[in-house]
Design a protein around this ligand. Structure first.
Ligand code: C5P
Length: 286
């Protein structure tokens, strides 16, 4: 039996540079793992096969689920005499811009590696991850990292100082594909070079001027209400706040834990999660 905690991610910087011939967008992103997490429990079954159990409703059918796909992909490359049963405790909201599915997928790959004692390296796990989605390579490592290409080329960055924040999840989902498809084909954008360099040097503290997200404008064309949620969080006095990924979740950080806890009280009517920055993407618990 193996248990894995899989951390959500947010984006401090998300620059969309241009659309690529393969249909994906070329990106430059600063990604950060945060303490909101799903937990996976994996155990072997006597016969080969994949059983996925989850208490909460998940939108995709089981065979479409990234946990299921991670098992399928790993078993097809590294066949086993036994199967696996995976139980998912879901806490990260779905279609929220927090890479919950990608985090579970990365956690599954690490969990299978341990459960079946495969001894696969991070590079071998990353090769599997990149066939499954763009954010999974980051989630295999986590912490603070620069992600380039379609999001799959990862360079670790100095960890940001431990910061206390909130995630505010507006009451509607946004699909990643729909936000990217709102970008005109001819769009070209620039790297936020100064912001990227400030993360490369190591930040003394998070501040509003180190954040940027090109996807906000496009997400807002689909859900104009996003600005109401951004304004609501702005009123709670954060030192830094922004939409994460393709949205709709908005994150905010505060000067200390007490300020964060006060803001948490103010936002109680909303779907809101207290978070901290963490220095890894997953944790093997047993
Ligand atoms: O790779 P992943 O399955 O997570 O991406 C979901 C969708 O987001 C893709 O099908 C694509 O429409 C869009 N996307 C993109 N450029 C990226 C990453 C994702 O256009 N770099």
């Amino acid at each position: 039996m193996v248990a894995v905690r899989c951390y959500a991610k947010i984006n401090f910087v998300l620059d969309v540079l241009h659309k690529r011939p393969d249909g994906y967008h070329e990106l430059a992103m600063v990604m950060q793992s945060v303490s909101l997490a799903d937990t996976l429990h994996l155990k072997t079954t006597p016969a080969p096969g994949i059983i996925l159990k989850t208490k909460k409703e998940i939108t995709a059918s089981h065979s479409e689920n990234l946990i299921y796909k991670a098992c399928q992909t790993l078993f097809s490359k590294y066949p086993q005499n036994q199967g696996v049963e995976v139980t998912l405790e879901k806490n990260i909201p779905l279609a929220a811009g927090l890479a919950g599915g990608s985090a579970d997928c990365a956690g599954t790959l690490h969990g299978l590696n341990k459960l079946f004692q495969l001894g696969l390296s991070l590079a071998e796990l990353t090769d599997l991850a990149n066939t499954l989605g763009s954010d999974i390579a980051f989630c295999l490592r986590g912490g603070t990292a620069l992600a380039e290409g379609r999001g799959d080329k990862i360079t670790l960055l100095p960890p940001v100082p431990l910061s206390y924040g909130l995630l505010l999840k507006p009451p509607f989902p946004l699909s990643t594909a729909s936000v990217y498809s709102a970008i005109p084909r001819s769009y070209t954008g620039e790297r936020s070079q100064a912001k990227l360099e400030s993360f490369q040097k190591g930040l003394p503290a998070l501040s509003q001027d180190c954040l940027h997200n090109d996807l906000y404008t496009f997400a807002q064309t689909i859900k104009p209400q996003l600005s109401d949620y951004l304004n609501q969080i702005k009123k709670t006095g954060p030192t830094a706040y922004q939409m994460s990924g393709s949205g709709p979740t908005i994150f905010a950080f505060y000067s200390n834990r007490i300020q964060r806890d006060k803001a948490y009280q103010l936002l109680q009517k909303e779907e809101v999660y207290p978070i901290e920055t963490v220095t890894k993407g997953f944790e093997l618990l047993s």
